[in-house]
Design a protein around this ligand. Structure first.
Ligand code: ZN
Length: 159
């Protein structure tokens, strides 16, 4: 059947960036399953999957703005080194969690300077135009319970 709102969709994908580098692929894990029309996957991908049928293969180009967003330079900040435990090893490229109130934010350490640390709060995929080579494996109507929970139940998941 075709992908429409409230269907449970399984699809394989190979995700590449604008240079053709493979970022992620579902081949070894098995297909990704999601509830269509419930904002479970990035908006540009969900919009383009709409209406595809079981067995369909397609190359879907998703611009950064409809994927993980554009990079925002105001999300890059310099914080004093002593905001981190003295014994914490700070390695550029690794991620740290903010300790403030509200929802935790993941920051990537850009640079460690003598007295400060440069943190980047952008999603690692922000600013990237993405390409998904997809194959729709299965489409079925979601159950009432799945719709109530807002996610797909497959296997023995039962919460
Ligand atoms: Zn559930």
């Amino acid at each position: 059947m075709k992908i429409v709102k409230d269907t449970a969709v399984s699809f394989h994908y190979t995700l590449t960036d604008q240079h053709g580098e493979v970022i992620d692929a579902s081949a070894e894990r098995g297909p990704l399953t999601y509830l269509h029309g419930h904002d479970q996957i990035i908006p540009g991908l969900e919009r383009q999957l709409e209406g595809l049928d079981t067995g369909a293969r397609a190359n879907l180009a998703v611009p950064a703005a409809e994927a993980y967003g554009e990079r925002r330079e105001e999300m890059v900040m310099e914080v004093p080194r002593d905001k981190f435990p003295a014994d914490e090893e700070l390695v550029p490229g690794t991620q740290v969690m903010s300790q403030g109130g509200g929802a935790p934010v993941v920051f990537t350490i850009r640079e460690v300077r003598p007295d400060t640390v440069l943190l980047d709060g952008n999603h690692p995929m922000a600013g990237k135009d993405l390409n998904f080579a997809i194959e729709v494996v299965d489409v079925r109507p979601a159950s009432a319970e799945e719709l109530a929970h807002g996610h797909v139940h497959d296997g023995d998941h039962d919460h």
